[in-house]
Design a protein around this ligand. Structure first.
Ligand SMILES: Cc1ncc(C[n+]2csc(CCOP(=O)(O)OP(=O)(O)O)c2C)c(N)n1
Ligand SMILES: [Mg+2]
Length: 788
């Protein structure tokens, strides 16, 4: 006789199993409703992934109903979104209306979204692999805060990724694993839904045992959850061992095919393969077809007891853990195991059959407890209410506003005019910040993928130290070997040094840039890299912005101006990438004072409720700084442009430049002004901000936004309105000319746009600017062409 606690445990498992079935149902029905029942106005397939959801339902039930604590945070496999929304609905955090409107405007999102969903999404997912890395770096961010006492030991959460097995093909996962190892990351659980299927097919067998080895090599504890309790019990019977060995060695495609075909097919194949083993044949014969099919497919990842025990075992320490939970894609659905099931949708007949099998009554499909006795309902409601994760705890925070340094403070760091580069100005401002003793400077955290020194963060790091959970003195310093860099590692260090993996940089920025909502603690992350290598981490940058993480990105050096470094390092498309990226304001200052003003602005934007991250595209080119007659340039710098040499009203020509080519623009302007003293010279600090402001201004006129007020005139319209309607514009930028060529559309003025349209090469500035037509002569040629 089982003792009392055993019985209680069994009862609880039975209740959990019931909840799990209802979650499976609700997720399946939500997708079914969106595709088959809701009115379609455009004929598009709505989509949703019933098979991928079924694969993970048990795992998510075990986690959300038992194992998760409120401080734990999860990145859910994107295509298991309906399971997540169904669970949050059970917790009362997601409305029925939103489930009904799954994948329609304002409803539950196709893939969990921090910014678009209302049901407390911890980390957005969608681009596979990125959510996985996010959890490792969220844990790093948590350690960073914990080292400062900003997260208390008892409040430390586990950062959990629920991922698919094919997701393991994404290389960024291993970049993150390596960085996590170097940073001694803990409190991370990566749980693989190991269903042996990807989108296209069954996955290759060759990596079968290798994943565990990879993670073990990186110092993670590996838990392989292969078998369910039901299977372990069967394998313990005479002949059972052969059955276990058969599954163990079965190729993925054969296992999947038999899973689809069901009990009779299993029997036929097993009887043939194990014909020599009388015990095993007898064991097989003891099962009916249905039961044999279930026995062969109810793997560890579908067994609540197995999962709960594993999560319990893992909860006693903070070691990073890699769980391989064996599952079946689409388990219990008509297309289980079928290699084409990724986007498969049940037909109305099939979903009705599932409904009946799960005991949900017709017409009550949206009631998760339909068809249950009132005692069962009460018991299930009690279990849901008792889930630790259901506790009424604030999980998204608003951090108090931190006073940031004003532009005047930062301007002092670059005062003196003379000749400077924007990159050096950035370093000076960072050094000034490192000397401050205010709250703000303690909340600045810098990070760089092995280009800390070459992007001028060295001064800051020398003063503020490198963050590491394990202190490590700078050996060169101790041995008194002269070096400009003192890199002591301490828990209170304010720089996160990364290996050369730009993807990681952006995910670290995403994690550090979300500490305010995640932990209630504002950080001001500053990340640096070489401008061309933004492209290497572009999807991760987009991912950071999609989650509305806030940071300052400093990309330097940039453009052809990197001259001798050659074509592989000379970035071309940065300005256009920046313009096209939502959530990121892109600036390319020319001068040191502009750089300081923009940094102060960027720190404000990090905190503003409707703010954004900032990308500064900087240069190592040392150029003469302008004499400032008044302060008009300051607002202009933030708004995106100002007249460095104002034109006379009605002028027929203006030169427009961005960034490091200011000297060429100025030289050309002086030559032009001899003949056309009325011409103007426009300094554009942000084609991005200008363009967005201009499109918004236009929209406001036809949508009536701000109606009642005077019509909104955008910054660029008002700047260009000084010129004659028929004026010509010559634009000059060290990057794609596309960034500025649109200026002609603002007032219908003619444009000649100079910039980089082919790959550069090594050289010095005169040679390269001449060859690529970015010099004053090229500007004058363009002027002549316009005026001809
Ligand atoms: C970066 C990226 N590439 C491609 C996709 C499209 N995609 C979505 S799911 C998927 C396959 C996922 O297979 P797996 O991770 O095993 O998940 P399962 O559905 O089997 O649980 C693919 C290729 C994507 N979402 N992100
Ligand atoms: Mg899979």
């Amino acid at each position: 006789m089982p003792d009392g606690s055993m019985t209680a445990k069994r009862q609880e498992i039975a209740l959990l199993r019931r909840i799990e079935e209802r979650i499976l149902w609700l997720a399946s029905w939500t997708i079914h409703n969106a595709n088959h029942l809701r009115e379609s106005r455009d004929g598009l397939k709505v989509g949703g992934h019933q098979a991928s959801c079924a694969s993970m339902t048990t795992l998510m039930t075990a986690l959300y109903m038992k194992a998760l604590r409120p401080q734990d945070r999860v990145a859910v496999k994107p295509h298991a979104s309906p399971v997540f929304h169904a669970i949050q609905h059970l917790f009362g955090r997601q409305s029925l209306d939103n489930l009904k409107r799954f994948r329609s405007l304002g409803g539950a999102q196709s893939y969990p979204s921090r910014t678009k969903d209302v049901d407390d999404v911890d980390f957005s997912t969608g681009s596979v692999g990125l959510g996985v890395a996010m959890t490792a770096f969220a844990s790093l961010a948590q350690d960073y805060l914990a080292a400062r006492g900003a997260v208390k030991p008892e409040a430390m959460g586990r950062m959990i990724s629920l991922l698919g097995d094919a997701e393991l093909d994404e290389g960024n996962i291993y970049e993150a694993l390596i960085e996590a190892c170097k940073h001694d990351v803990r409190n991370a659980w990566w749980i693989v839904d190991y269903n042996r299927q990807s989108l296209d097919a069954t996955t290759q067998d060759r990596m079968f045992t290798r994943y565990g080895e990879i993670f073990e090599a990186a110092g993670w504890t590996v838990e392989t959850l292969k078998w369910s309790r039901r299977q372990r019990e069967a394998f313990a019977r005479p002949g059972g061992e052969a059955l276990r060995a058969w599954i163990e060695t079965a190729p993925n495609d054969l296992y999947s095919a038999l899973t689809y075909q069901g009990g009779a097919a299993w029997r036929e194949r097993l009887n043939a393969d194990l014909a020599d083993d009388a015990d095993t044949l007898a064991l097989i014969a003891s099962y009916k077809d249905v039961d044999l099919g279930e026995l062969m497919t109810e793997l560890g990842g579908h067994c609540l007891e197995t999962l709960l025990e594993a999560f319990e075992r893992a909860s006693h320490d903070d070691a990073p853990r890699f769980f391989i939970a064996y599952t079946v894609k689409g388990l219990r659905l008509p297309f289980q195991g079928h290699k084409d099931n990724h986007a498969g949708l049940m037909t109305p007949t099939q979903i009705a059959e599932l409904r009946q099998r799960l005991g949900v009554l017709e017409g009550e499909e949206w009631d998760p407890l339909s068809g249950l006795s009132s005692a069962e309902r009460t018991a299930l409601k009690g279990l849901i209410a008792r889930a630790p994760f259901a506790a009424d705890v604030q999980r998204q925070h608003v951090a108090p506003t931190v006073a940031t340094p004003g532009a005047d403070d930062l301007l002092e760091a670059v005062a003196g005019g003379g000749e400077q580069s924007t990159q050096a100005a950035f370093g000076k401002v960072m050094f000034e910040i490192s000397r401050r003793t205010d709250e703000f400077s303690g909340r600045v955290v810098t990070t760089s993928p092995d280009v800390t020194v070459s992007t001028n963060l060295g001064g800051f790091v020398n003063r503020r130290g490198v963050f590491h959970r394990r202190a490590h003195e700078d050996v060169f310093k101790r041995r008194r070997i002269p070096s400009a860099q003192v890199w002591s590692m301490v828990e209170t260090g304010q720089h996160v040094e990364l290996g050369i993996a730009e993807n990681n940089l952006f995910i670290v920025l995403a994690a550090l840039g979300l500490t305010a909502p995640l932990f209630g603690e504002r950080l001001f992350p500053v990340g640096t890299l070489y401008d061309p290598f933004i492209a290497r981490g572009l999807d991760a940058l987009n991912y950071a912005c999609y989650q509305d993480a806030r940071f300052l990105l400093v990309a330097t050096p940039s453009g052809l101006t990197l001259a001798p470094e050659g074509g592989a390092h000379q970035s071309i498309n940065g300005p256009v990438i920046g313009m096209a990226q939502p959530g990121l304001d892109t600036y390319e200052p020319a001068f040191a004072d502009e750089t300081a003003v923009l940094m102060a602005h960027a720190f404000d934007r990090i905190q503003a409720p409707d703010g954004a991250s900032t990308y500064l595209r900087l240069s190592t080119r040392v150029i003469a700084q302008p004499e400032r007659a008044d302060d008009a340039w300051r607002q202009g710098t933030i708004d995106g442009a100002y007249w460095l040499r104002p034109p006379a009203p009605g002028a027929k020509l203006a030169l427009v430049f961005s960034g490091a080519l200011a000297p060429e623009a100025l030289a050309a302007f002086e030559a032009v002004a001899e003949d056309m003293p009325e011409a103007g010279l426009l300094a554009v600090t942000s084609a991005d901000v200008l363009h967005r402001d201009w499109t918004r201004g236009g929209r406001a006129r036809w949508t009536g936004e701000g109606a009642g007020n005077a019509p909104r005139v955008s910054t660029i319209e008002s700047l260009l309105s000084t010129l004659d309607r028929d004026a010509g514009l010559v634009t000059l930028t060290d990057g794609s000319p596309l960034a500025l060529s649109w200026l002609g559309s603002v007032r219908g003025q003619r444009v000649r746009a100079l910039g980089l349209e082919t790959f550069g090469q090594s050289g010095d500035l005169p040679d390269l600017y001449g060859k690529y037509r970015l010099d004053a002569e090229a500007v004058l040629d363009a002027c002549a062409d316009l005026l001809a």
